[in-house]
Design a protein around this ligand. Structure first.
Ligand SMILES: [Zn+2]
Length: 263
């Protein structure tokens, strides 16, 4: 028997009355758990539904290929995030987060940090204490960081300058270039940010405020991650940046994001 805390990030029907859920755990990353009679049993329903964080008691069985299968035994809910399920826009955003997680978090590597990020984001989404678009930007960028795609934000990758009126981040390589080096260097962009090479479709222009914000989200400790606010125009620019960053790093567009944006 295995006792483990985890967050349900997806559920699907399996067999006549059963269901399978994907649970994000700190210790094992994402695991798939079969819930016998899960569509009918009232006992298992509440803590195996989407976005429930619970302490699960699971049976482990190894098959002939030595792959472990998990079967639900019992659970004790820790946090249910009720408000998310009552609001179509919040639910759509949480479903997009769930898609990102299932796409990027198969292994257990760094899963503790990823679970922490997800629980914190869902907490603020549930409470409605932050704009949904700010939560989206934080989650997109920090998840990319925690799954191995943290951009190199220390300074210009050519001359090591740390600040400039404008700096350019190549979203494919994760490298920063300052304005001077961008004018002269390889893969250059003009002072107006217009394209000079094929690399430029991957280049984001960051002014000092935006660069500060991106650095903050990528690097700050979790206790302070949700403690900042942004003016509306900067929030729009930040969202454009983090959305593109996810798209280029993960190499995929998500239907759940498109649906969320329709609401
Ligand atoms: Zn430079």
């Amino acid at each position: 028997m295995l006792n483990i805390k985890g967050l349900v990030i997806s559920e699907r029907d399996s067999g006549e009355t059963g269901k399978a859920v994907t649970i994000l755990t700190a210790e094992l990353g994402c695991i798939s758990v079969y819930v016998r009679g899960g569509r009918k049993s009232r006992k298992s329903v509440s803590s195996t539904q989407l976005f429930c964080y619970a302490e699960f008691s699971l049976e482990e069985k190894r098959d002939a290929k030595n792959i472990t299968h998990y079967y639900y035994n019992s659970s004790e809910p820790v946090r249910m995030f009720y408000e998310i399920r009552l609001d179509a826009k919040k639910l759509a955003l949480a479903c997009y987060f769930s898609d990102l997680l299932r796409f990027s978090c198969e292994s257990a590597e760094n899963a503790g940090e990823i679970l922490r990020l997800t629980l914190n984001t869902l907490h603020f989404l549930d409470k409605g204490e932050r704009e949904t678009e700010l939560l989206r930007a934080i989650f997109e960028l920090r998840l990319a960081c925690e799954t191995g795609y943290r951009p190199d934000l220390i300074g210009c990758h050519v001359c090591y300058k740390t600040e400039d009126e404008l700096m350019y981040l190549n979203m494919r390589t994760g490298q920063l270039t300052c304005s001077d080096c961008a004018k002269t260097g390889e893969g250059a962009v003009s002072a107006q940010g217009t394209a000079l090479s094929e690399d430029d479709m991957y280049t984001a222009e960051l002014d000092a405020t935006l660069l500060y914000t991106v650095r903050f989200i990528a690097l700050v400790e979790y206790e302070r991650l949700f403690s900042f606010r942004l003016s509306e125009p900067y929030l729009v620019r930040l969202n454009t940046f983090t959305e593109n960053y996810i798209r280029y790093q993960f190499g995929k567009r998500f239907d759940t994001l498109r649906f969320y944006k329709l609401l």
